[in-house]
Every structure is written in C-alpha cells, then in structure tokens.
Design a protein around this ligand. Structure first.
Ligand code: SF4
Length: 358
C-alpha cells in the first residue's frame, strides 16, 4: 500500500479497483492513507482552510419524493409541514442579508405542485432582497421535476433560473449514483443518467455546481467508488464542480433505518477514509469539504488533516440535519472555525461560493 500511495503522490491516477482496496482498509494503514491525503491537500491548497458565510433557507418541507434515507421531507397534508410564501421568504432573505452572507442556499422539499415558474419566482424574490449573494439552489432532481411539470426541457429550466438570478447549482440528489442503490433509497428521484445529463447541461452553460456523495446507508465500498468515478469523469469533461461535499448519512427517524434495511450510518473509519480516498482519487478536484453538520466538530478537525481543505458554511439553519439527529447545531461560528483551524497549524480564509476571495 505504501508504494501505491507514493505513486499517487507522484502523479499516478488511482484505478477504481485500487481505490476500493484503500476504502476497505481496516488496520493502521488507515493512518497512512490519511497522511497521504493530507500531503495531497497541502499540495493543492497550501495551509489554507476555507469557509463560506452562507445561510440555508428552507421554503418547504413538503416533498413528492419521500426518500427512505430522509426525515425532513413530508407528504403534502402531513402533520408538521410548512410552506413559505413570498413575504416569509423575503423576511428570511433579509435576515440573511443582515448577517452578511455571501451565499443563500435554497434547500427544500420537492413540492409536488412546484413548476419551473415556482422556482423562478422564489429565486427572483430572494434576488430582489439580496442582489449580490450567490443563490445556490436546485438539484438536478428539482430541475427534472420542474421541466416535467412545465412541459419544457431541463436546459430551458436551467436557462430560465439563471436569468432569474440562480448563481450555482446544488450537486445534491446524487446520493449514490448507482441505480441499484437509488431504487432502495430514493426510487422517485432522477436516475443516474438523468443526474449526469442535467449537471453537464448546467456546466456547459457556465454554471458551476457542487458534487456530493451521500454514503453510509445500503451502499458498498464499490458503490462509493463507482460514484466517485462518475464525478471524476464529469470533471474531466466539464471542470464545472467547485468541490466534493461528502455527506455522511444521518439515520435517526428515517424509514430506511427504522425498517431495519440500513445500519446506523458510517463509522468514524468510513468517514475518515471517504474523505482521504476521495482526495487521492479525485485528482481533478481542487477542494474537498468537511460536512461539519454531519460528522460533528471534533471529527471535522480530524478530517482537515485527512484530505479536506474546506469547512463548508456558517449555515445558521439546517433543518435537514437536525431532523435526522445531527448533533452539531445549525450555526458554525467563524470564531470557532478559527479555533479548530489554528489548532491544526492551518489558516482560515473566508471564500465566495466559487472559492474567490471575499
Ligand atoms: S432527500 Fe430531498 S427529495 Fe428526498 S425526501 Fe428529503 S427533501 Fe425530499
């Protein structure tokens, strides 16, 4: 393994098979992989750890998909659902503006009545209040749904949303890009082929997106690497991904866990190796993020020495993680980020959504 890690640091592109082998490591080789990934991080990002000052805005938790891994989305008419209108959305946007955010993350359920025009209106309402922040929203699944509802193509939806003020696309709804897994965890979502096609359409229009992986439910090491291979191929072709956001699955109150189909999410070893192997495997990605709201602040610190170079966002609100038992809370204070990053001998820097200076 040491030879393979040396080869990777020397420029060898990991094969899928080699990456699966690394991901399955259970002995102290885990630390060798983390150390190699830390060297690769240093090579790409120097001693800088970045964060974005952002805020989530959840317009609704009503969702047509009801994915088995999610405890946030609820069917229309269910207890505890909500749906904000223009006034409430603009109030939330004004609050975000007062907090000095550079990014607003519109992250909601896929409302069964939403059309392309609904997404366009929501983006425009936010844009009216916060003209300068990046509006980061709409997964490929939401684009596909909006296109179907409005009877237009997905490319037309993306263009419409871009004209309304969309800044960057969310690379969510990817989960695991293996249809066998999607059939179990999110059967109503767009297929792997649909996700890839829509992301490429956005990138071709010059719209950047994140890339995500949601692991730790019924997926295997092979599935995780298959997923990363798809992301690596897209990045080779378009260069449109800003970063990988590894989302460690939070299982509490989810149908998949409660019905006994999936375990209690990934272990600490799996979290560490996912980040480290992703850093080594995704040689065409500049940034790997730590999802602090999924792994907690202490694990966040460790992952910044295992390949990750971005600490994500301030968030302020994160009902998706809170509903699934996330323990890290909704707001990550940059002062606390600085304490964690200083402790590692690294330097914290605020960034824009696309990693520019603020
Ligand atoms: S993961 Fe997203 S699409 Fe799936 S149920 Fe939850 S909110 Fe809806």
């Amino acid at each position: 393994m040491i030879q393979l890690l040396d080869d990777v640091l020397g420029g060898h592109r990991l094969t899928g098979e080699e990456a699966v082998g690394l991901l399955k490591t259970r002995d102290r080789g885990v630390w060798e992989i983390a150390a190699a990934a830390d060297r690769m991080r240093e090579h790409k990002a120097g001693d800088t750890v970045t964060y974005v000052r952002n805020q989530n805005l959840h317009v609704t938790n009503i969702c047509k998909n009801i994915c088995g891994f999610c405890s946030f989305g609820k069917p229309k008419g269910a207890k505890g659902t909500y749906f904000y209108g223009k006034e409430q959305i603009q109030e939330q946007a004004a609050l975000a503006k007062d907090r000095g955010v550079t990014e607003i993350c519109l992250l909601s359920g896929v409302h069964p009545d939403f059309t392309a025009e609904s997404y366009r209106d929501i983006i425009s309402w936010v844009r009216e209040v916060v003209p300068r922040a990046d509006i980061h929203t709409c997964s490929p699944d939401e684009i596909a749904w909006a296109a179907k509802q409005s009877g237009i193509s997905t490319a037309e939806v993306i263009r419409m949303l871009r004209d309304a003020g969309l800044g960057t696309l969310q690379g969510t709804a990817a989960e695991i890009l293996v249809d066998r897994v999607r059939e179990i965890i999110c059967p109503r979502k767009v297929s792997t082929a649909g996700w890839v096609r829509i992301i490429k359409e956005a990138h071709a229009m010059g719209i950047k997106s994140t890339a995500t992986i949601m692991y730790g439910s019924v997926d295997t090491a092979e599935d995780r690497i298959r997923h990363l291979s798809i992301l690596r191929d897209i990045q080779d072709e378009t260069g449109g991904f800003t970063e990988l956001v590894p989302l460690s699955w939070l299982y509490e109150h989810t149908p998949l866990f409660e019905s006994g189909i999936a375990p209690r999410g990934a272990t600490g070893r799996e979290d560490l190796l996912l980040v480290a192997v992703a850093r080594l495997f995704l040689d065409n990605f500049d940034h790997i993020q730590v999802p602090w709201q999924k792994v907690g602040l202490k694990m966040t610190s460790m992952l910044l020495r295992a390949g990750a170079d971005d600490i994500g966002g301030t968030m302020f609100v994160d009902a998706v993680s809170a509903d699934a038992g996330g323990e890290a809370g909704g707001f990550f204070d940059p002062e606390e980020m600085r304490r964690i990053v200083d402790d590692l001998g690294l330097t914290l820097r605020q960034r824009t959504t696309t990693y520019g200076p603020v």
